[in-house]
Design a binder for this molecule. Structure first.
Ligand SMILES: [Zn+2]
Length: 313
């Protein structure tokens, strides 16, 4: 079964940048333009290495945004920026930051990234940065810093989606207390089925649901099942989330091009129709499948984004 898919997380830009690949068609990528046929939207994240200084992270993030602007112009890809852009069902790209390290240590720089088109941000990747602690096992994690709180406030003012993927639990709960929602977790699964630290415990899933938010099911094999999962494990996680938090809180967050291996049955977007066939066979209605495929993410973006994306004063 095929639907207009919306995927809340892929690292394709970083691969285009570091490996100099061709978005017009490159079989070493998980996502390229031909394979996004039939998609409604793809969130492309800007990932920066914790091994870089934050000033280098800023530099590289600007270079990646610049490269992607060139690709978009050449391939005539729309960038989705404001509510009304979501009314047009033709394909559009959404920019996100995976970790706020490119802001160096200044929440005010969120203004600049907003002007560059960034509409979703996670506070950190796995490392500690001036805003929050990630899931790096070497850390004794703390909650949001004052600058992290300021950044969350700034994102709310601007209408930027707060993505709680990768953040350590104390920061997760600080953000839940600080932000009325809807909150996003762009790519993670259920901890109850696969106890990887990147997955969400039941009370975290419930907090995202209570905020009116969405969790993007992630295809990373080691977040699907201990020892590595396949397409049937994706179905198991969707089933579990349906039972725990309901269909309206489930979306896709593949992590294509961020994961080194893909689950058997889901090598790239060509596996999605089979995934939705399997869900249909388990009794999901067409309306439920459409919601999971993309409509839940569209609803969340509509609620968080402003009527007018780019300031024009
Ligand atoms: Zn990630």
């Amino acid at each position: 079964m095929n639907f207009p898919f919306v995927d809340a997380h892929a690292d394709t830009i970083e691969r285009l940048y570091s490996e100099k690949l061709d978005f017009g068609g490159d079989s070493s990528l998980h996502l390229d333009l031909p394979r996004l046929f039939g998609y409604r939207a793809q969130v492309f994240s800007i990932w920066t290495s914790p091994e870089w200084t934050r000033e280098r992270a800023l530099f590289h993030s600007l270079q990646m945004i610049s490269l992607f602007s060139r690709v978009r112009r050449e391939k005539k890809i729309r960038l989705l920026l404001e509510k009304k852009d979501l009314d047009d069902p033709s394909f559009g790209a959404i920019l996100s930051l995976e970790g706020a390290s490119p802001l160096v240590d200044d929440p005010e720089l969120m203004e600049v990234f907003f002007e560059l088109g960034v509409r979703m941000v996670s506070l950190t990747w796995n490392e500690r940065n001036p805003f929050a602690d990630g899931l790096d096992a070497a850390l004794i994690p703390e909650g949001l810093t004052d600058k992290g709180r300021e950044l969350v406030k700034k994102m709310r003012e601007l209408g930027v989606v707060l993505d709680l993927s990768h953040i350590a639990e104390p920061g997760f709960w600080d953000a839940v207390g600080l932000h009325p929602g809807p909150l996003a977790v762009s790519h993670a699964n259920a901890h109850a089925l696969c106890p990887h630290p990147r997955n969400l415990k039941d009370e975290q899933l419930e907090a995202i649901a209570a905020s009116g938010g969405v969790v993007g099911i992630c295809f990373a094999p080691r977040f699907l099942a201990t020892g590595g999962g396949d397409i049937d494990d994706v179905v198991r996680h969707v089933d579990y989330l349906r039972e725990k938090i309901g269909v309206s809180c489930i979306g896709l967050g593949s992590d294509f091009d961020g994961i080194t291996s893909t689950p058997p049955g889901l090598p790239d977007p060509s596996g999605l129709p089979l995934l939705f066939d399997k869900l249909s066979q388990r009794g999901y209605s067409e309306a439920e499948l459409r919601a999971i495929a993309g409509e839940n993410w569209i609803r969340l973006f509509r609620e968080v984004w402003k009527a007018q994306g780019i300031s024009k004063s």
